[in-house]
Write a protein that binds this ligand. Structure first.
Ligand SMILES: *Cc1c(COP(=O)(O)O)cnc(C)c1O
Length: 379
């Protein structure tokens, strides 16, 4: 039987469609009651005080930089093994990204043992990225933040509902940033959320989200207040109600979808543990994880081999990806490269992301794993 297995599949059905139609029929399609409801429910779900719906995670990261007072001359420590938006946000505010290596081939998160050596008088913040929905060592990071008076901005794009010592990722630092891009756990096409327990940060981010204005259109439409002031140099980072209504349908399914992903992950681990030539990152992780992606790392050690392995999977109907090409090798980040990013570079060259979504069938996972083993044998 010929397979054609995508990397990711949307978990959409009638709920999303119905919600969109209801929103269209309501004639309020820009930011309004659906956004407010999504924020309320997202905050409740994560057990965090405030959630602010935004156009995407990049906007959430940008607002986080501003509201945590990061600016020109400041340094921000972050991994190079993340999506480029994490570092771009640092540069939007004129700060300097300082790349920290990851822990190892099986723990693809910022190396908490190396962070302290990168802290200087200019350091203002640390940006942990919870790769694949598996947490960075937040105890160490929060202790360093306390010791050196630094802000912590969590890039929690991969980890809605993932837990660290019982707490939801994104709610441990000063702010947490989530993405609702189409291939994320919760998909609205484009979209994102900034969460925080800090009222001041929330209030400022809320004003910056909408041109720095004192009240939003929807709030004005409810009352008689037609005037507004502009308090801050803001942006238009508002989410719209059409997308928010898709988000509400997605939110209802999130836990159940993640539970299915966890089963898929277990199947993968059962099939692949014991394979000498592959490393299975976070294989021992015990707490609840969004299981956003299923990464494997080839031990063979070259980008060419990895690409021929990916071609073999592709020829056999299996779509794969790479998370991620490291940031310091991109042209506009060349000046920020250092010699101490060896683990990051190894992952950039040798990681392969296998298909992961709740609806992946057992026979499909078995087929993928058999093909992976054959592909490794050919290297
Ligand atoms: C998707 C993603 C982003 C960017 O999110 P957008 O919503 O597309 O702006 C940032 N960081 C990480 C780790 C991501 O996976």
């Amino acid at each position: 039987m010929a397979y054609n297995i995508p990397l990711f599949n949307l978990n959409f059905d009638e709920e999303e469609k119905n919600n969109v139609i209801k929103t269209l029929d309501s004639k309020w399609i820009s930011s309004g009651p659906q956004c407010a409801e999504l924020e309320k429910r997202f905050a409740e779900m994560l057990d965090v005080k405030y959630a602010l719906a935004v156009t995407n995670c990049t906007a959430a990261l940008h607002l986080s930089m501003i509201c945590n007072e990061i600016g020109p001359g400041d340094e921000v420590i972050l991994p190079s093994m993340t999506f480029v938006a994490t570092a771009n946000a640092v540069r939007y505010v004129g700060a300097t990204p300082v790349f920290c290596d990851i822990k190892g081939y099986d723990e693809i998160v910022i190396d908490d043992n190396k962070i302290e050596s990168l802290i200087t008088k200019k350091t203002k913040a640390i940006v942990p990225m919870h790769y694949g929905g598996f947490p960075c060592n937040m105890d160490v990071i929060m202790n360093l933040a306390k010791k050196y008076n630094l802000k912590v901005i969590e890039d929690a794009c991969h980890g809605p509902l993932s837990r660290y010592h019982g707490r939801c990722l994104g709610t441990i630092g000063d702010t947490g940033c989530f993405s609702f891009f189409s291939n994320k756990n919760l998909s609205t096409g484009e979209g994102g959320m900034l969460v925080t327990n800090n009222e001041e940060i929330y209030n400022r981010a809320k004003i910056l989200r909408s041109h720095g204005m004192t009240t939003m259109t929807y709030e004005r439409s409810k009352g008689h207040n037609s005037g507004y002031d502009v308090l801050d140099l803001g942006y238009n980072y508002r989410l719209d109600d059409i997308r928010a209504s898709i988000g509400l349908a997605q939110l209802d399914k999130l836990k159940c979808d993640i539970d299915k992903r966890i089963e898929v992950r277990k199947l993968y681990l059962d099939e692949l543990l014991g394979e000498d030539d592959i490393i299975l990152p976070f294989a021992d992780y015990k707490e609840y994880s969004s299981s956003y992606i299923f990464p494997i790392v080839l031990k063979c050690g070259s980008r060419e081999k990895r690409e021929s392995f990916r071609s073999y999977l592709s020829e056999n109907g299996i779509q794969t990806s790479v998370h991620y090409p490291c940031i310091h090798r991109f042209k506009i980040y060349a000046d920020f490269a250092t010699d101490d990013l060896k683990n990051t570079e190894y992952i950039a060259d040798n990681e392969v992301t296998l298909p992961m979504y709740g609806a992946l069938k057992k026979e499909e996972v078995v087929y993928i794993c058999d093909t992976v083993k054959k592909g490794i044998g050919k290297l």
